[in-house]
Design a protein around this ligand. Sequence first.
Ligand code: ADP
Length: 762
Amino acid sequence: MNQSIKILYVESNEQDARNFQRELGKTSLKAVFFTVRSSSEASLMSDNQSFDIVFLDYHLPGENGLALLKVLRNKVVPVPVVVVTNYADPKIAVQMMQAGASDYIPKSLLNAVGLEQCVRNSLRYSELEQVRDQVELSLKSAEEKLSTIVSNTPVILFSVNPKGEFTFAKGRNLGVFMPEGADLVGESVFDVFDGYDEFIHQMKIALTGNEVTQSLKFGDMVYQISCTPRFNKRGRLEEIVGIAYDVTKRAEAEESLMKAKLLAEQTSKAKQDFIANMSHEIRTPMNAIVGFANLLQDTKLSDVQKDYLQTIQLSGDNLLNLINDILDFSKIEAGKLIIEKEPFVLGETLLSLERVLKGKSDEKKVKLNLQVDADVPSQLIGDANRLYQVLMNLVSNAIKFTDKGSVTVRVQKVSEQENKVKLKFTVTDTGIGIPADKFDAIFDGFSQVSSGTTRKYGGTGLGLAIVRRLIHLQKGTIKVTSELRKGSTFEFELKYALGVEKEVALPAAIISNIDAKIFAGKKILLAEDNRMNQKLIQNLLAPLSVQLTLVDNGQAAVDIMENSDFDLLLLDIQMPILDGFEVATHIRKEVNGINAEMPILAMTAHAFKEEKEACYKAGMNAHISKPIQKQELLKVMQDLLNLSNSSEADVLDLSYLKSLSEGNDAFVREMLTIFSEDIPQLMAQLKVSMDAEDLKRVGQLAHKYRSPLSLLKLTRLEEIMKTMEHKVGEKVQLEEMKKLFEQACSLTSMALESVQREIENH
Ligand code: ADP
């Protein structure tokens, strides 16, 4: 203590004051001493200067020191006040200490020792007081800061004691739960939130010591509330601390997102339904137009009529193409088109393309070339139909826009690795060409090079848009190069997985040459509501001498089957009362006896994959889409009825065997001899198993028979063996198998005759 201490003594008795000063002088304190006689003088003096310590006589004349004590203690920097009493009166001491005195001392102790001690204590007390004030101040400011943050963020913080009473609650929006300005502290959660059952439930769980978080609705607002129990050292629940976030906006956003998603799904579904329905509505009359025009062709017509008919057929075909294009385009746009991954033979795809387009190119005297490089693998896995569609578009355009010269389709291998091959397809023509500034535009929907194009060549401008989208869907690329009046080249690349050998498809010759007689006497039920379609199918089937029964709704089909048996049901899908799916399901589930196993052939207006799958799921056996092509219908009917062309024998084809022999005729003869010896034995075994009705064995033998048949390319017979082999796995009627066996017998004997002739010639 180097600085001198300023001491004021408030004392009315002069003697006492002098006494005090004298004793002070005896201490080691460095002090400046002032004295006044009354409290009014004291407060005046303390206004003008500050003191380090004030001694206050309690018994001032006409007043006690209490008032002055309060004045001194309320100063900005409170002065330590020591109360001086005449004698030790504990009551006064307590009263004065409560009023803020730092110490008290009876006059009897005001000697040098007592005084020094008292001054030192009071100064120390004052210092501590100042530190305490500072701590309190910073605590208060921290609390204020926290409170400002809490009050301005969309959060409510609270704590609740084990009795369920709030011990703390602060936050914006708290007013929602209580009157403005009211305090939740001390209130019971169960009273304040009476009626908010979910929150009460959550609190109850938390009060049992569990942490809970959940989103709850409070009127229009949504809060995410987390309650965490806090335990004391002995593991007793001390309190629940909780935080509640206002997540109303987020919840609203989530809800509107859900609504939007639902709406989008509904819209997209509605769009797909619309497409499906539209396709049905437009295609049904179109089918009738095209179908009847085809029938008309077979009648006697004058030249003029033939000419008109041709126009009708051409326009009908165009319109059907257009409808298909629009459907495809909308399907792609709606993201509904799925790219298949099925094994296929590239050569078959290209050949059927050539078959279909050859007529057109011959007509225009434009040469159509197909070049496949030797290293291009033929067995691929991918979407053959989409490849066909792309090539079909490009090649028909090429033919359409070429008046002389040629159109060449070339397939090259770009690369091959890890079971994958990248192929480049090029379609080159020597036609009118495309201006360079239109290279991009022609791939947009509904766009053509010029309006003159439409007038001269027709078309909608959709073809290339579909082509590009289909290629992109298959992760490929397409580009065009062209020179006006010289020709154009469209080039695209696609990747395929390498496939394994595909099962032999039925040769085209068999499809196109079905003998109508084989259907004679078959009982066929046709369920179809559209009168034009009824008539069309009646006419298609008329030359077959079948017994056709017609019903025009699903219920009638079900009813009639109760009493009569049929060999085949031709079933339209969209029909009144019961639709095709319901009819098929009914037959497969509820009909016992005669018609339970009857083959069902579905006829649908659209060829969507989903619909085909639904047909099979409902128990139908095959599917054919309208417009119904006569040959396709007959082929499927032949398959479903297990009929073989009586007049048709397999033609022995030794090319494969010869290619294996590498010119060794003896090898060929030997193989043929083995065949002629083994096969009769095999057929005998088959007969034994057939008679014993041992179908499992029949299947095994049929399988055994297949490989020598494929060697000699006896495809028809091989087909029958394959059917027999696979039929075993299904629930088959023995009758069906017997029919197949009979056919196999007659075909085998014809084949054996041919083989015998070959042996003799070699
Ligand atoms: P569309 O042939 O139905 O009009 P596309 O989308 O197939 O529709 O073709 C768009 C346009 O691109 C055609 O109208 C034509 O102007 C041009 N185009 C397409 N291919 C060829 C081609 N090989 N030669 C010349 N122009 C073509």
